[in-house]
Design a protein around this ligand. Structure first.
Ligand code: PMP
Ligand code: GLN
Length: 386
């Protein structure tokens, strides 16, 4: 038999799938893969059911339903004073994951370099490799997960085609400041690079802090690609409704890839998200309060056990240092936690390309019912005696 394609040979199973499977096998509390263990709002389910019953069950237009693109455009206008043309600058995708894949494949040629900040969300790296690009990492370090400016400057070169931002950042919970974003933008301009910003956690920003979207920087409007998703905001990760906002030229290329990868996205879920975006302003306050309370509950419990970290400013993840409890690396310790204490986490070394930092941490997800958080904290109390 002839060989299978070289393109996919280096890929393993995603760490999210591996840990979720192990959690099920050991009947562990699953704080690994990032999804809520409770449902999103009732009104959203009603909207989807209404749409299905109304017979909106055939293919949607391939750029996405116009009504959803219109509501997305209004959202960005209201929240960030940014204008995106409904017909030529917005594409609805199968979650943010497809948007990331489309963007990278529309921009990257073999040998092009892509700068990103590690720990880095795994789908960026694999999409870059599929396109033949070369990932270049800058490491976020220390309690605040900051980057070193000279390391960042060194990551850029004349070959840099794209820089990827993710704010709020998975898995550290970091929110990139305006100054940090400006520093990265200046480097992108200097090296004539595009900038993709993954903002799927845009509403999960705690302590009165503010999310800054890349679309607020007009000087890079013609080289920016903004990606977000309804999955996190509406607590329905399985619906997979995402969007990509960018110039007509880049949109055109992105849609060419989209046409042949998924063609179009589930119609009734697009209708439901379009209707829900009409009351996002009231909903997002409730949503934030709910998650801020969960973060506080979990942070308090983890600190009482002896974990030493700064509470995350955004997302629903916490990256906790493990070295005060074990000499094992993250992967071994994550396995031990599942088997001995029935708590599943993500070993973050899978998110690092360059440094070994990931071995010192575990990622825990607090998008969980209060009783799930309390049960996990109870199980983890055993670490106190280590
Ligand atoms: N980007 C980041 C940073 C994520 O954490 C995730 C996971 N939700 C995604 C993209 C993928 O989003 P979606 O489920 O909408 O494809
Ligand atoms: N974004 C989710 C996380 O970080 C995982 C999504 C997936 O499994 N691909 O946990």
């Amino acid at each position: 038999m002839k060989n299978l394609a070289d393109r996919t040979q280096g890929f393993g199973n995603s760490i999210f799938g591996v840990m979720s499977k192990m959690a099920t096998e050991h009947n562990a509390i699953n704080l690994a893969q990032g999804f809520p263990d409770f449902d999103g709002p009732e009104f959203l389910k009603e909207y989807a059911l209404d749409s299905i019953k109304a017979g909106e069950n055939q293919y949607a237009a391939y750029p996405g339903l116009r009504i959803l693109r219109e509501k997305v455009s209004q959202k960005y206008q209201r929240e960030y004073s940014a204008n995106f043309d409904i017909d030529n600058e917005i594409t609805i995708t199968n979650g943010a994951t497809e948007g990331i894949y489309l963007t990278i494949n529309a921009l990257i040629n073999p040998g092009d370099e892509v700068v990103m900040f590690e720990p880095v969300y795994d789908s960026y790296v694999n999409s870059i490799k599929m396109a033949g690009g070369i990932p270049k990492a800058v490491t976020l370090k220390g309690k605040g997960f900051n980057f070193d400016e000279s390391e960042c400057e060194e990551a850029f070169s004349s070959k840099t085609k794209l820089v990827i931002l993710n704010t709020p950042h998975n898995p550290t919970g970091k929110i990139f400041s305006k100054e940090e974003m400006q520093f990265i933008i200046d480097l992108a301009l200097k090296h004539d690079a595009y900038i993709m910003s993954d903002e799927v956690y845009e509403y999960l920003v705690f302590d009165g802090k503010k999310h800054i979207s890349l679309c607020e920087f007009n000087e890079v409007r013609e080289r920016s690609i903004i990606i977000s998703s309804a999955g996190k905001t509406f607590g329905m990760t399985g619906w997979k409704i995402g969007w990509v906002l960018t110039t007509p030229e880049i949109t055109n290329e992105i849609r060419k890839v989209h046409q042949y990868v998924t063609f179009s996205i589930a119609t009734p879920f697009q209708v439901a998200v379009a209707r829900a975006l009409d009351h996002i302003d009231e909903y997002k306050k409730e949503f934030l309060n709910l998650y801020e309370q969960k973060r506080n509950r979990f942070v308090k419990g983890l600190k009482e056990i002896g974990f030493d970290f700064e509470a995350p400013s955004g997302t629903y993840f916490i990256l906790v240092p493990i070295k005060s409890f074990t000499d094992k690396d993250d992967v071994e310790f994550a396995k031990e936690l599942i088997k001995k204490y029935q708590v599943a986490s993500i070993p973050p070394s899978a998110f690092y390309l360059k440094s070994d930092e990931g071995k010192n941490y575990l990622r825990l997800c607090f998008a969980k019912k209060d009783e799930t958080i309390d049960a996990a904290i109870k199980n983890l109390q055993a670490l106190k005696s280590l």
